[in-house]
Design a protein around this ligand. Structure first.
Ligand SMILES: [Zn+2]
Ligand SMILES: [Zn+2]
Length: 223
């Protein structure tokens, strides 16, 4: 199914990587992929309904707290270094796996060394980024606004405060409710893009215009 959304963790690939990364530390499996859920429109109806319940919210918060405790017990640095070492052998997808590892540590709200945050920041420009939907074989790396969302998360990251990469974030500056104090607003035309302000909406319009198709004109669910 490839990607169904714009943000990090809105593709099968990202979720697969998260699952694999959970096995990085031998003898200490991390429940990384359980911190993210499929918001795929094609997921079974019951699953989508369950993800919106308070019951799931509690389970998710517990999972995030458990992973944070595991990483902060000393495993976090080791995890990050190991992912970096593995990436050297996988020049194809390795650098992006480091990005996903960083995003998962921020998802957990775990402590991340300043040198690792710095490393992630430097890595971002080397990762391929598509601005729009692309065929799966060309759809490697980030899809904007996933990149700007990730950079904003690095800039504003506070250990102990988990960052939910699945919350709507501004397509221009990457900020989400946790940064703004209010949720970004949906583009009123296509309802498929979010902006924190008119200034950000205007700045992105040339890029967004081709994708801004009013909802009623979209005949395929997964474009
Ligand atoms: Zn913005
Ligand atoms: Zn739009």
């Amino acid at each position: 199914m490839g990607r169904w959304g714009h943000r990090l963790f809105e593709s099968d690939h990202d979720i697969d990587v998260a699952g694999d990364l959970g096995e990085t530390l031998k003898g200490n499996p991390l429940q990384l992929s359980r911190m993210i859920h499929q918001t795929d429109m094609l997921a079974p109806q019951e699953a989508r309904i369950f993800y919106q319940t308070d019951e799931y919210k509690i389970i998710l918060e517990q999972t995030v707290a458990e992973v944070r405790a595991q990483l902060d017990s000393g495993l976090g640095d080791c995890f990050f270094e190991k992912v970096r070492a593995h990436a050297k052998k996988n020049t194809f997808d390795g650098p992006y796996q480091i990005i996903i590892a960083g995003a998962l540590m921020m998802r957990a709200g775990a402590k991340i060394r300043p040198k690792h945050i710095q490393y992630l920041r430097g890595l971002v420009p080397t990762i391929h980024c598509n601005h729009r939907f692309a065929l799966p074989i060309f759809d490697l790396g980030f899809r904007e606004p996933g990149r700007v969302q990730f950079l904003n998360a690095l800039d504003n990251y506070v250990a102990g405060t988990p960052r939910d990469f699945q919350a709507p974030s501004c397509f221009t500056c990457g900020k989400s409710e946790v940064d703004l104090g209010f949720a970004p607003k949906k583009c009123s035309r296509c309802r498929g893009a979010w902006y924190c302000s008119q200034k950000c909406q205007k700045a992105q319009w040339a890029n967004h215009k081709p994708a801004c198709i009013p909802l009623e004109k979209k005949f395929s669910l997964n474009v």
